[in-house]
Ligand binder design. Structure first.
Ligand SMILES: N[C@@H](CCC(=O)N[C@@H](CS)C(=O)NCC(=O)O)C(=O)O
Length: 123
């Protein structure tokens, strides 16, 4: 079972690489400004998870550089995801709110929807 999941994960990564969506052409200043607007977001994820790939593709389409937190690579990320998000499930978008609280947004479709709305309102 592990082998099959591993192979499927690699296939997903290769296909994602070949059919990678293009990013908007932004100047260095525009990109820096956008990066700053996104600094309150971080994505808890795994590289070969198909739902995480879906979110990362949406990020790329919009030119969003959101910090990626691999929960298998850093145990601290996994621990905080479980402790504060409530479960070990990826992708999960951590949204640091202005009041100092965090929103933990699970479900790839909801995250993509959030990013799409962000893209529409950012300018
Ligand atoms: N419906 C969820 C599915 C997410 C999902 O099943 N993620 C898997 C990885 S691909 C997961 O986190 N499984 C729990 C685990 O790996 O511990 C979504 O669209 O985000």
């Amino acid at each position: 079972m592990f082998i099959i999941r591993w192979i499927v994960g690699r296939v997903i990564l290769v296909l994602n690489f070949i059919f990678s969506p293009s990013s908007p052409k932004l100047s260095t200043e525009q990109q820096a400004e956008l990066d700053q607007k996104l600094a309150h977001l971080s994505l808890y994820q795994l590289p070969a998870c198909p739902f995480c790939v879906k979110v990362r593709r949406a990020m790329k389409r919009n030119g969003f550089n959101i910090e990626l937190r691999n929960i298998n690579q850093q145990l601290a990320y996994q621990d905080e995801l479980i402790k504060f998000g409530g479960k070990r499930k990826v992708p999960c978008l951590r949204i640091a709110n202005k009041e100092g609280t965090d929103t933990w947004l699970y479900e790839s479709s909801d995250i993509v929807e959030y990013l799409t709305q962000f893209a529409e309102t950012k300018s």
